[in-house]
Design a protein around this ligand. Structure first.
Ligand SMILES: [Zn+2]
Length: 280
């Protein structure tokens, strides 16, 4: 599942490459991901100029000059990929079998046409097109809490919001209603940085550990964001994870203490942590 460190960079690349360009063609090979009638989606996008692309939680919001927003929830596997021959960005040569939507972009200023496809192996992602003042009607987006990187999410606000949540700290971290943008991989990394066992109940955390959790969240997302930006570059369909310290590193030595990293999968969700550095 793409999370803040990857999506933040993807939004920046899309804004740089596509901002100011108009959509010159819209194809929808798998309409199931588009959550409005296909003709409305096509007519709404065709000819629209993209102003910028912004990330909010795990959503990518494409603002157009028509006052509309294409809101993309990539869910588990959705991602954007440049199409071959479109500006030499090095995309795979063959059409991708899991292309759900393909867009081409023209510019008044140069002849290069950019092509971008939205691919999704499990076809679980969802794409909406709404007026900018109706973003509150988009499911999931309208229920999520502040973004984990929102400067308005101060330590004080974080602690306040944490008081409303119960249950295991990992489950709370990945709950977008608490804070948006953190998923399975980065919750493991944040908990490792904070030295907290993932299955500890939030109610058992004292003030100093709650503050440590906030600081670990900010530090981890910033650390990973810089690495993702460098490793992804223009290849926006990539999701680099090899550099992570514990997530999916079960059996490997902990980078801090050398003990073997534990990996468990309650509800089929892999959770990786160090029992020595994150005692329960
Ligand atoms: Zn350790």
């Amino acid at each position: 599942m793409p999370e803040i460190p990857e999506l933040e960079h993807v939004a920046q690349v899309l804004t740089e490459r596509i901002g100011g360009r108009s959509i010159s063609s819209v194809e929808v090979p798998k309409p199931i991901v588009v959550r409005l009638p296909r003709p409305d989606f096509e007519a709404g996008l065709l000819g629209a100029r993209i102003e910028h692309v912004e990330r909010r939680g795990k959503f990518l919001l494409w603002y157009t000059d028509r006052g509309s927003v294409m809101a993309v929830n990539p869910m588990l596997n959705g991602r954007f990929q440049w199409m071959a021959g479109a500006d030499g960005l090095g995309a795979p040569l063959k059409a991708h079998a899991r292309t759900c939507v393909a867009l081409r972009f023209a510019s008044e200023h140069d002849d290069a046409r950019l092509g971008l496809r939205y691919i999704d192996e499990r076809v679980l992602g969802k794409i909406y097109l709404v007026d900018a003042d109706e973003l509150d009607s988009v499911p999931v987006l309208n229920e999520q809490g502040p973004d984990a990187l929102d400067p308005a999410l101060t330590q004080e606000l974080f602690l306040q919001r944490l008081k409303r949540h119960r249950g295991q700290v990992k489950n709370v971290l990945v709950n977008a209603k608490f804070i948006a943008g953190i998923g399975n991989a980065y919750s493991d990394e944040i908990l490792f940085a904070a030295g907290l066992h993932p299955f500890t109940k939030v109610s058992e955390l004292d003030e100093s550990r709650r503050i440590a959790l906030y600081e670990a969240m900010v530090e981890t997302l910033s650390w990973a964001g810089a690495i993702c930006a460098a490793q992804i570059g223009d290849q926006i369909d990539r999701k680099p994870r090899d550099f992570l310290r514990v997530h999916r590193k079960g059996g490997e030595p902990c980078p801090s203490c050398g003990a073997a990293i534990s990996e468990v999968s309650p509800k089929r969700r892999v959770t990786s942590f160090c029992r020595a550095c994150q005692p329960g």
